[in-house]
Design a protein around this ligand. Structure first.
Ligand code: PLP
Length: 394
């Protein structure tokens, strides 16, 4: 008889976003005259920019014409987009990559989860807490042993390796979701050295790299010497260019990563050519437009808009004397609420009609913390912060 993957039943049910959505819905139904400002959403609010839309339209027309139609493409992505990404890394991070080290996909979530295919199930996985849930759940599905590494006020929610820490694969996310915290070059160098010294792999999620404005902070782990020997980097156009509903990401697998004589780059190529048939041609043309000067300028303007919201939030919290991380080089602010995360959620919803996300939903270390996002209008963000100041100054 068929046997199912019992590991699925070890997954913790996540009620976080369904519960916050239900509570907001119920509050709104009971108080239609008090509109709730939603600051819990991790999705962009601005549409695709004009150069991207023009490229998508043009590519759509190509697909409707026998002379320019494209069928199946290369599973690892179109050369024009890989080359645009090589140039992007060179310009923004001073990093040199080869075209065949870049794999185009339908987003970072699927790549982060699918990459687990390449490793044996007896590896020990190190996962920061609090965390973007995909790292955890995709490994729980494989029945792997997971060790949590704690983020807290002491380490600024940027867990570091320590004497005696044992593991084979570590997930790092910077700028971080949910905390907005960003690793410095020195901190990443410590991780890279630790990984190389201990035969570990770093799975580095840089989905929010475009929010890093501070030149002192790294946008890519490959800015750190030695990273090409131990780190795979996952990136996405979701937050960089508003592709959350259009879907495009890319993963960098350096040729230099060799484990037991096996090339991780070749393994990922084999995995993708076996299980993935490539990202839509139209979408890749839209993605290519993101990396043109006009595309970059328009996407940058949207990012600056969100970052202005983050600044409005950071200023309000600073004025209130509340401890927080993020908000400067990230669309997320992670604040210490000084009470149970859900109680704080209820208080903000009921008293000032502002909705965020309880930190405890992202892991045990998130208890007592709260996430606000910058994906909103300036007006709503300023209004929410004015209400928060009034409430907390009471
Ligand atoms: N990585 C992190 C840290 C995220 O927060 C998200 C989305 O919220 C993703 C990856 C997913 O990106 P994509 O839309 O490209 O799948």
């Amino acid at each position: 008889m068929v046997k199912i993957n019992e590991n699925f039943f070890a997954l913790k049910e996540s009620y976080l976003f369904s519960t916050t959505a239900r509570k907001i819905r119920e509050y709104q139904a009971a108080h239609p005259d008090k509109p709730v400002i939603k600051m819990g959403i991790g999705d962009v609010t601005k549409p695709l920019t004009a150069p991207v839309v023009a490229a998508l339209e043009k590519a759509s027309r190509e697909q409707g014409d026998a002379r320019t139609f494209h069928g199946y493409g290369d599973e690892q992505g179109c050369g024009f987009l890989q080359q645009a990404i090589v140039a992007y890394y060179r310009e923004t991070a001073g990093v040199e990559l080869k075209q065949n080290e870049i794999f185009i996909s339908d987003g970072a979530k699927s790549d982060v989860a699918n990459f687990t295919d390449l490793f044996s199930d007896d590896n020990v996985i190190l996962i920061p807490d609090p965390v973007y849930p995909v790292y955890m759940d995709s490994n729980v599905m494989r029945g792997r042993k997971i060790t949590l590494i704690d983020g807290n006020e002491g380490n600024g929610f940027l867990p570091m390796p320590y004497e005696g820490l044992e593991g084979d694969i570590v997930y790092l996310c910077s700028p971080n979701n949910p905390t907005g915290a960003v690793y410095s070059r020195e901190q990443l160098k410590t991780w890279v050295d630790f990984a190389n010294a201990n035969g570990m792999i770093i799975l580095f999620d840089s989905a929010y790299e475009a929010f890093v404005g501070d030149k002192e902070l790294p946008r890519s782990i490959y800015e750190v010497e030695g990273a090409k020997k131990c780190a795979v980097e996952f990136c996405s156009l979701s937050k960089t260019a508003g592709f959350t509903g259009t879907r495009c990401g890319y993963t960098v697998v350096p040729e230099d990563i060799v484990i037991g004589g096996r090339s991780l780059n070749k393994m990922w190529l084999r995995r993708q050519t076996t299980k993935y048939n490539g990202t839509a041609y139209i979408v890749q043309r839209g993605a290519e437009a993101v990396f043109t000067p006009e595309g970059m300028a328009t996407c940058r303007a949207n990012i600056e808009y969100y970052k202005e919201n983050a600044r409005i939030m950071a200023d309000a919290l600073t004025e209130l004397g509340i401890w927080f991380t993020g908000g400067v080089n990230s669309p997320y602010i992670w604040l210490k609420c000084g009470m149970d995360s859900w109680e704080f959620f209820d208080m903000l919803l009921n008293e000032i009609q502002v909705a965020g996300t309880p930190g405890s939903g992202f892991g045990k270390c998130g208890e007592g913390y709260f996430r606000l996002t910058a994906f909103n209008t300036h007006e709503n963000t300023a209004e929410a912060m004015a209400r928060l100041k009034k409430l907390l100054k009471k």
